[in-house]
Ligand binder design. Sequence first.
Ligand code: SF4
Length: 337
Amino acid sequence: MINYLYQEQNWQSQLSDLITDPVELLNTLQLPESLLRGANLATASFKLRVPRAFVAKMHIGNPDDPLLLQVLPHHLELEEHPEFVTDPLGEEHANQQPGVLHKYKSRFLLTLTGACAVHCRYCFRRHFPYQDNLPKQQDWLNIKQYIESQPDINEVILSGGDPLTLSNRKLAEWIERLSSIKQLKFLRIHSRVPIVIPNRVDEQLISILKNSRLRIIVVIHSNHAAELDDFTCGKLNQLVEQKIVVLNQAVLLKGVNDSAQTLIDLSYRLFDAGVMPYYLHVLDKVKGAQHFDLDSSDIEQIYKDVLANLPGYLVPKLVREIAGENNKTPLFGTTNF
Ligand code: SF4
């Protein structure tokens, strides 16, 4: 492990001091230079971006570290595959106005920033044109009118980019605006930042979330138990102690978490932190992520083993997102593999 005391540095400094150069990442982890050429080629289309706190959870000298594989650009990303496309979920068509994606009846997704603390190589939004889709101050009234014109909407989802890369002040402003819309009951915040920079869960954030009129649900994104060291679990637990619901979604990734035991360990570790497993996503077929894909038969077998070995409350729902569907599609026991 790397000797980096990320517990002692505030999250803003960590966010402004990410590793973005493959040379630095490989040197830090004492990995062979042979990985560099592929990393340099792949980072040209989707940049390397990883917080040092996340790198500190990786093992030195292991090119197959499951955390490293999620962030290290790889030459296989450059291979063309007809099924893997830039917009696998058809989100560009669901985009009603800047920052708004209304795909599901009762909830809509608000993208307040295109920035993420980490670039996950399998991200289905890795080609999303964020710069054309971010709401500005003056778009607020349009967003409000849009929500009010859709009485079925009772929940707003702040999603990625990652909303917890915003300052507490900005986040508080948006939460206050949203809470002024009477029909809204729930606010969901999807974020990977508490995993990659656990200090993001600071006192001010907790205070903003616990004092909101809206019922807050934080959905974190962790794919492997090694991401959840004691410090990270402690931070997540601080949210749970304030009666904020914390759920986890993971993505099933070849080489990272493609075994039942790895997923079982993840569920138990989440539970240690007071976090409930929510979704296990099958990989979205996004261009550049084909090397993380698994055969349907392997997915089915892994999930059967997870079901057989975990209590029901720790089993995440295995789902696939299909463009144009009214909800995520549950997979097990259906013909949708
Ligand atoms: S943090 Fe989320 S939105 Fe950002 S790159 Fe990773 S998966 Fe994609």
